[in-house]
Design a protein around this ligand. Sequence first.
Ligand SMILES: C[S@@+](CC[C@H](N)C(=O)[O-])C[C@H]1O[C@@H](n2cnc3c(N)ncnc32)[C@H](O)[C@@H]1O
Length: 267
Amino acid sequence: VTARLPDARRTGFVSLVGAGPGDPDLLTAAALDRLRRADLVLYDALVPPALALLAGHAQRFCVGKRAGRPLVNQETVNALMIRAARRGQRVVRLKAGDPFVLGRGGEEALALQAAGVAFEVVPGVTAAIAAPGLAGIPVTHRGLASAFVVVSGHDPEAYGPILDGLPPNGLTIVALMALGASRAIGQRLLAKGWKGLTPAAVITAASTDRSSCWRGTLSELAAGPAAVADALGQVDPGTLVIGEVVALAAVLGGQAAGHLPSAGVGS
Ligand SMILES: C[S@@+](CC[C@H](N)C(=O)[O-])C[C@H]1O[C@@H](n2cnc3c(N)ncnc32)[C@H](O)[C@@H]1O
C-alpha cells in the first residue's frame, strides 16, 4: 500500500479512492489526480455521478447498491478491477467517504493483493466526521466528549454489543447506515442508562445542496420522530449522532452551514 502511483505508469494499477461525502470540494488533491488519470472508474451509488465525471477520459460504471440491493456483487467488482488492471489500465475504485470506513475497502484491498495486482489507498473525508462537522457538531469536544465511536446500524447483532458496552453519556456515538435503526438504537441506549435528554441529530445528504439536519433528544429519537421517518423516505444517506456535542450545533450550526457546495475543482 502506497500513497504514490508507481513510476511505471503503463502497468495496471488500482487506486481505492475515498470520494468524501459528496461535495467535489471535499475530494482530496490525490483523489482528483487519480480520477483525472484514470482509464476506468468504478463508483458506488452514494458517490454523486458529478464526481465520477471529473475523470475526463475514463470509462465510468456505477457498481454500488441501490435501495439496499447491489447492482453488481462484490466478487464481480473485484473481478472487474483485477481484469482491467491486468490489461494495463489505471483503475479508480471510487467509494463514498473513506474507503476503509464501513465500506468494504479492506476486502477489496485483500482481493487485489491476493491477485497480485498493484494498488494504493487514497483516504477520503469520512461522512462519520464530515456530516456532523458540517452541521456544527464536533465529534469530540473538551469537557463534553473525549472519544467517539462509529458503528453501522445495519445489523443489530453487530452494533448491539458495542452500544451495550459503552459508558452512558461520556462519548459521542456516530451511526452510519442507521436511519432505519435509529428508533431501536435510541431505545437500546435509554435501556442502558443514557439520559433521555441527551442531544441527538440526523444529518442527511451532508455537503450537498439537499443537506438537512434534524435535532432533538434521545427520548425523541427512541419515539421515532416524524422528521426521521421523513428522512427514511428519502434516497439520501443519513448519519445519526448522539451525545452532548450535538448541543453545540445550536451555536456552531449556522456558521458551519455556511460551507457552500461549489463548482471548485469541477470547473
Ligand atoms: C456504506 S456507508 C459508507 C461510509 C463511507 N465509507 C464513509 O466513510 O463515509 C454509507 C453511509 O455513510 C453515511 N453517509 C455517506 N454520505 C453521507 C452524506 N453525504 N451525508 C450523511 N451521511 C452520509 C450514511 O450513513 C450512509 O448510509
